[in-house]
Design a protein around this ligand. Structure first.
Ligand code: AMP
Length: 281
């Protein structure tokens, strides 16, 4: 059976209040829909930890950098509900724009520092949009824990930081990236790739894996980066926005894998922006 869909905040609050009065714990999985196995792995983690699970679906206009990108984002609500039917999901919360941002909405949540580089540098305002909507989803659902993918590694750090800084009574749980068999990180945006581009796409991850291996052997960062960039370009990517080694916890820039690090990249293929990241050491 497909889980019940809740569209209004009042109905959501009534439902969650009933659960909480019964002493039940609530987990939330925030998504923008077009659900794939990556999202479903978060649902599985929430199921294991919590008595009640809410999946939210909201394509958040505030975190897009262009109206075209926002319009093109896949919207597959019926399919999404069907995919969730094999899980113990108690509610799918699908607010509309005015529900989330009513007339006169004027508040912005901005997390400093950790948002400076990587996607933050290339997508102005993106993380403000993420931080604002996530804060609202946390307070709206009153969840005890929230599940996010390492696929969006910088986002996971931003959300962890904001929950801590604002004393939000919620535990942020990071879950590993789920990949296609050829290594491509699952993403709703993969639906926008042409058949040909889909064949080229895994080269980003392959180049990153080899670069990580080189870093662990102590090879020079800049040489490895140049090789990886050339390889990604040879797979028809038009631009590598960034390919950087960062500290796993603070996202501080690094050039040597001498402590736990993350290699993170964003690159454009056939008009689609793909991101990926892997642990190094
Ligand atoms: P999105 O719908 O793209 O906003 O993603 C919703 C949540 O799913 C975020 O926490 C993402 O990090 C997570 N997610 C997206 N893709 C994957 C993946 N391939 N593996 C694990 N989590 C993912």
């Amino acid at each position: 059976m497909t889980p019940p869909i809740i569209r209004s905040l009042t109905d959501l609050r009534d439902q969650v209040t009933t659960w909480k009065r019964a002493g039940e714990t609530v987990g939330v999985v925030p998504t923008m829909g077009a659900l794939h196995q990556g999202h479903l792995s978060l649902v599985r983690a929430a199921e294991q930890d919590c008595d009640r699970v809410i999946v939210t679906i909201f394509v958040n206009p505030k975190q897009f950098n262009s109206p075209e990108d926002y319009e093109a984002y896949p919207r597959t609500e019926e399919d999404d509900a069907r995919k969730l039917s094999s899980f113990r999901v108690d509610a799918v919360y699908v607010p509309d724009g005015p529900q989330m941002y009513p007339d006169g909405f004027a508040t912005n949540i901005s997390v400093a520092g950790i948002t400076d580089g990587l996607c933050g540098a290339h997508r102005p305002g993106h993380f403000d949009g993420v931080a604002t909507v996530v804060t609202k989803l946390f307070t709206q659902t009153m969840a005890d824990s929230a599940y996010f993918g390492e696929k969006d590694y910088q986002q996971l750090q931003v959300v962890t930081r904001l929950a801590k800084d604002l004393d939000l009574p919620i535990e942020v749980v990071g879950c590993p990236t789920i990949r296609e068999e050829d290594g491509l990180a699952m993403s709703s945006r993969n639906l926008l790739l042409s058949d040909r581009a889909r064949i080229w796409a895994p080269e980003l991850n392959r180049a990153m894996q080899d670069m990580a291996e080189g870093l662990l052997k102590g090879e020079d960062f800049n040489t490895l980066k140049a090789q990886a960039t050339a390889r990604i370009a040879a797979a028809n990517f038009t631009e590598v926005e960034y390919l950087e080694l960062r500290a796993a916890d603070t996202l501080e820039l690094m050039t040597q894998a001498d402590r736990p690090a993350r290699l993170l990249a964003a690159a454009w293929l056939a008009g689609v922006r793909l991101i990926d990241n892997i642990a190094v050491g």
